[in-house]
Design a binder for this molecule. Sequence first.
Ligand code: TRP
Length: 650
Amino acid sequence: MAAVVRSSDGSDPVTETAIRVLKAAAVSVLKCPMALTTMLYKAKKSVVSMSIKTYLDTPPTEEELRAVEAQANAIIGEDAPLHTVRMSKADAEARYGMRIYENFQMPLPASVEELRLAYLPGRALDYVPDGTPMLPSTGLLGGLAITGLKFKNKKKGPEFSFKLTITAEQDAAARSAATLGEASTCEPPAAAEIEAIDNEPPSGEGTLKAKAVAEAVTAEVEAAPAAAAASAASSEPPSGAGASAGDSAEAAAEGKQVINPWAVEAGEGGIDYDKLVRDFGCSVITEDIVTRIENVTKRRAHRFLRRGIFFTHRDLDLLLDRYCSGEPFYLYTGRGPSSEALHLGHLIPFEFTRYLQQAFNVPLVVQMTDDEKFLWKDLTLEDAYRLGKANAKDIIACGFDQRKTFIFSDLDYHSHMYRNVLRIRKAVTYSQAKGAFGFDGASNIGKVAFPATQAAPSFPSTFTIPFGGRTDMLCLIPQAIDQDPYFRVTRDVAPRLGFEKPALIHSKFFPALQGFSTKMSASASNTAIMVSDTPEDIESKVGKYAMSGGGRTLKEHQENGANLEVDVPYQWLRFFMEDDEELARIATEYGAGRMLTSEVKDILIAELKRVVRDHQAAKALVTDETVEAYMRCRALEFDAPPAKPASASS
Ligand code: TRP
């Protein structure tokens, strides 16, 4: 049996189809609710491990599992058609309710207006993201053998796994038959048919949470279909910063945006940054400040500053004043290592931080919050730790000066931070944390305490060894705007602890290929260009998925031009193209309809290939030893003017 190499995220028509057949079988045999039965898979060479997570109280018996297997094989034996049904999101939700979504698919970005549903008559109707390959009928699967029947009782309910072994021949046949489901192949099924497939959530004790999820989903469908279940069912905290779960549901119902460290949801027209500035109360980076930075650093401002991509701040002007009068500062930024693969959006703050480090010639600390991801995600501590080290390679590849840069894992470095962490924990009450982060009675206490760990690096005394005992350094924190709640709390406690408030500089979000209403997600690799993508991946993703603001017909385009505000190819060029004049030319020509989307996409593809190639080349030079060198707790080498006798915190 020849091994089959699968695409990097494991998505291929055989797996995608098999997992749906398996879910349909599980729903019918085990009587679990559709929306609460989640499909997971991991593909390794020729073996695909699939697991189904249910919210059932009791684990299925061996017999029941065999029945699931038999049912799945029966569906395959029938060679049942697997139809594509396309319909508007509003119609689909009105007709079928939220049962078409697996809980972790929600909320969908507001930009998704039309849904692609996979329909197995009488058995299943599931939302499928565009771009997912699927077989037109189940017979092509051949068979589904339960080889590694395994069963885990996870916090979200029992999870059982199956294995599917695929031969090269089977795979090739499947690939040539696969469809991307671009057009409907049958009429939408009746609501009653789908309702009949579904099951009520179980009522036992261990499933109270499942019920809560189900209720939240239903309640929110009624209130706000577009943003339903924003906080209901993901592995993210159930409620967001600055708002309780109820508040964010309400906010979403009114079409308001919800932005916090765990959820980014835009209203209808994308993210309203002016409103964000008003709500958050931060200051806009004016042209004056940009000019001032240019004067102080004696170099051109980074394109992210010139183009308003880093757009707001807190006390940056004050930091510049004090820097000019001889006070030293350091940079602090971080990453939550939740995935192996980084996308280009993840690199934005690091690219900007690299510029700041070079322009100001200052030390930098980078926090890898492996602890945070352990507390919030379904990750083991060791996996989170390992991902932190893996991500450090990509961060180092951005070009930080090793002598001046300390990257640390919270797991390793927390003992050094503990004194400041405790001081901060003592200064923040539970009510304050709840107000800022939306914790509730169901939040584990690790989460409640975590903000102090992200706050502590804002104070120089957290880095006694790296800063050689200097506690008079100011701190500047480049970050995406969603991290601001952490640092509002930090700035609030600082004076009470006798510390300086850190200065902040915020970026806007890097839009997903599909458009503006959400951040990109590393788990949906079709929404993003991964730093590991090949030139072919880049061509095909930009070609297929980049949302265009161009006219729908050539005539319309020539008459009205492109809407640059929503055009992803143009907006991405603002992030990556260095040449201001060329960018301005594209804006004029494309905006006037004299340039076509395809031409702009080609230019973008060339830029992205360059960025990704350069990144991969830089990363190839980063060895495990390099990572160790950056992560070793040591005195950094940096020039700072001698400490003043009366330092600020005396
Ligand atoms: N919480 C951030 C994340 O999930 C990681 C982080 C830690 C961070 N410290 C930071 C980000 C400071 C910006 C600035 O990605």
